[in-house]
Design a protein around this ligand. Structure first.
Ligand SMILES: C[S@@+](CC[C@H](N)C(=O)[O-])C[C@H]1O[C@@H](n2cnc3c(N)ncnc32)[C@H](O)[C@@H]1O
Length: 230
C-alpha cells in the first residue's frame, strides 16, 4: 500500500498552531505576569522603597499602572481617594485583597495611562511605582499626569531605569529585547529623571542608587517631582 505524502505545509495546522501561540501569550500576559510582578516588585525587600515613594501623599491621588495595589497598605491616612488606572483585570481583582486604611476609596477609572478620564487639575498628586518603564506612550502619560495634577502638586515615584555605569548600561541594552517580551513591555534603558524633566516636572527630593539584586534591573530612582504652574 502506498501512502500519499505532501511537503506542502498544512494551512489549517499552521493557523491552529498560530492561534495556540496567541492564546498562550495572552494567558501569560493576563494571568502569569501580574503574579510575577507581585513577586519581583513586592515583598518586604521593596517595602522601604515604597514607603519612601508614598510618604507625604494626601487628598486625591491618581496612580497609573496601579497593578494589584501593592502601594495601598502604605498610603497615608491623609489620602482619601485613589484613581486607579490599570489595564490588567487580574491585577485589578487581586487589589481587592490588599489591606488599606478605612477612609480610603479606590476608584478604577481607566486602563491607559496615556489617556486619563479625569478633569484638569482634579488630583492633588500622582503616584507611579515600576510603571514608567512599561507604559508604551510614556511621554504622553507624563503629559496627562501634568494635566490632571493641580499646579503645585507632586508626582511621587519609584522606578528602575538606565544605570549610570557604562558596563551596566551595556547589559541593559543587551537584555532589553528579552525583557520587553517576558516582562510585558518593561524597558531597562529608560532614563526616568530625564523623562520627568522633559515632561516639565521639577525634580525636588530624589534619591538614586542600586537596590539589592542584579544591577541591570536595580538602578532605582525614588522621590517626588513638582508640577509647576505652566
Ligand atoms: C511592573 S508593573 C507595576 C505594578 C505596580 N505599580 C507595582 O508597583 O507593583 C507595571 C504595571 O503597568 C501596567 N501598565 C502597562 N501598560 C499600561 C498603560 N498603558 N497604562 C497604564 N498602566 C499600564 C501593567 O499592567 C502593570 O500592572
Amino acid at each position: 500500500m502506498t501512502r500519499s505524502r505532501t511537503c506542502a505545509p498544512d494551512p489549517l495546522r499552521r493557523s491552529r498552531a498560530a492561534a495556540g501561540t496567541v492564546a498562550l501569550v495572552g494567558f501569560y500576559r493576563e494571568h502569569v505576569l501580574p503574579r510575577l510582578v507581585d513577586v519581583t516588585c513586592g515583598g518586604d525587600r521593596m517595602e522601604g522603597w515604597r514607603r519612601r515613594a508614598t510618604e507625604g501623599l494626601e487628598g486625591a491621588v491618581v496612580e497609573i499602572g496601579f497593578g494589584s495595589g501593592a502601594n495601598l497598605p502604605l498610603l497615608p491616612h491623609e489620602v482619601d481617594t485613589v484613581y486607579a488606572v490599570e489595564p490588567s483585570a487580574v491585577a485589578r481583582s487581586r487589589s481587592e485583597h490588599r489591606p488599606r486604611h478605612g477612609g480610603l476609596e479606590v476608584r478604577h477609572v481607566g486602563f491607559e495611562g496615556a489617556s486619563l478620564p479625569l478633569e484638569d487639575h482634579s488630583c492633588d498628586a500622582a503616584l507611579t511605582t515600576f510603571t514608567l518603564c512599561t507604559v508604551p506612550a510614556v511621554e504622553q502619560a507624563l503629559a496627562e499626569l501634568r494635566r490632571v495634577v493641580r499646579p503645585g502638586g507632586r508626582l511621587h515615584f519609584l522606578e528602575h531605569g538606565l544605570a549610570p555605569d557604562e558596563g551596566v548600561r551595556r547589559w541593559q541594552r543587551r537584555l532589553e529585547p528579552a525583557q520587553l517580551r517576558l516582562a510585558g513591555g518593561c524597558h531597562l534603558t529608560r532614563d526616568i529623571p530625564e523623562l520627568l524633566v522633559d515632561a516639565g516636572f521639577e525634580l525636588d527630593a530624589v534619591e538614586a542608587r542600586y537596590a539589592s539584586g542584579p544591577k541591570a534591573w536595580t538602578w532605582f530612582t525614588v522621590g517626588t517631582a513638582l508640577n509647576p504652574a505652566r
